[in-house]
Design a protein around this ligand. Sequence first.
Ligand SMILES: Cc1cc2nc3c(=O)[nH]c(=O)nc-3n(C[C@H](O)[C@H](O)[C@H](O)COP(=O)(O)OP(=O)(O)OC[C@H]3O[C@@H](n4cnc5c(N)ncnc54)[C@H](O)[C@@H]3O)c2cc1C
Length: 451
Amino acid sequence: MGQNHPPFAAAARLEATQINDDDAPFCAVIGAGPAGLFAAEALARAGARVVVYEHKPSPARKFLMAGRGGLNITHSENLERFVSRYGEAARHMAPFIRDFPPQAVREFCAELGEATFVGSSGRVFPASFKASPLLRAWLARLARLGVTVAARHSFLGFASGALRLRGPDGGEFMRPADAVVLALGGASWPRLGSDGAWAAGLSAAGVAVTPLSAANSGALVAWSPIFRADCEGQPIKTVLLRHGEATARGDMVVTRTGLEGGPVYALSSRLREAAATDGETTLVVDLRPDTSPACLVRKLSRRPPKQSHATFLRRAGFTKAEIGLLREARPDGLPRDAEALAALVKSAPLRVSGVSGLERAISSAGGVSFDEVDADLMLRKMPGVFVAGEMLDFDAPTGGYLLQAAFATGLVAGRGAARYLGLLGPAPHAGLSPSHLPNSPAPEASNKYSV
Ligand SMILES: Cc1cc2nc3c(=O)[nH]c(=O)nc-3n(C[C@H](O)[C@H](O)[C@H](O)COP(=O)(O)OP(=O)(O)OC[C@H]3O[C@@H](n4cnc5c(N)ncnc54)[C@H](O)[C@@H]3O)c2cc1C
């Protein structure tokens, strides 16, 4: 898998001319998530010696976790709309996404042996719905390019112009580097590695960092024990959620503590604010957004006398989780009257006590201000130090926009560092695709660059 795919096969033919030798400039990439690995590949292809320092025992744990949800790797909508998803950061993100657009992500996957497809919502997924095959093929390719991934190495900061690192034995050491790419991620799901600890260090160095806060969070609902036991992990498909004037449509999942899924995440900042102000807030669920109330009333009128709610609703096409959710919305009992039941199906109110915090949020908002970086994502106050991925101050909904941003900014930072090291010309990044990654000779597999 991942071998002999055209653009990189061309690079492989040049392996005999190894230029990443001991005299080549050394670049340290910190963080083996998608942004760091993308930067590492761009640097290695440009001829740099590259070590990726990762403090977890293995790379890309959050990427693998994203794979457990199907790995929505990008989105197929038109580029203008795509870029608008980054909200206030859209104007900063636009050149990066245009240089490495969604189609380039799909080609990147294909070159690693993983075909992608567009789902009915326009979201793009790998055929396997997993991250592990892609990551395995990618790490193998990086190893062939001479990139070393040094796991269990923690970046502690900078001192005397060198990196301060802690190795697997717990000992601290200094490592000079000709350039550094910081790709330490945001602060959500800290147990997967990105804990946002870097923010204090960079702020202390005078770099403006917008405080990191949870984004794309699940809603907290105090389910009854019976609903939780019966329905935890069950999907509820194609709902329309309403909170005040705002609506969001899509699939959601019942969790132990409430609800997760695209439409919930889309409303999460509103839910957070309202629950913080009022103690709790009401999220209204329409379980049949494509059926009119009149049609639903007709359907729910044909009820045999004495038939239980559960049997009747199941025969009318409602899943166990949907019936359970209606009961959660009306704990005093479901109405037998067809109109009242239809009204509940169209507007089931759930009491939301808040949203999950950074420990379970999909992403974090905040990060290194775009005012602090140049077009190559180099920190203006720290020449030679580049920033990529979720460390940057952007936020986006779920839908593939987060990974797309990690890939695109990883490439820009990697190329920028290569340019800083004199390995690439000053050409602007125009019309990039994976096959346009700096396509210089790839070295033979090697671990000779000790860490
Ligand atoms: C449950 C879940 C599901 C998701 N699903 C999707 C999805 O389907 N689609 C999508 O687009 N996005 C999804 N995301 C978001 C996406 O995974 C992230 O946006 C993306 O991984 C960010 O990439 P990154 O490289 O910037 O950071 P990360 O992937 O967080 O990588 C940063 C790396 O830096 C390492 N690190 C941190 N501090 C140090 C240190 N001091 N020293 C050394 N190493 C350090 C970390 O251990 C980590 O490996 C999901 C996230 C979660 C939590």
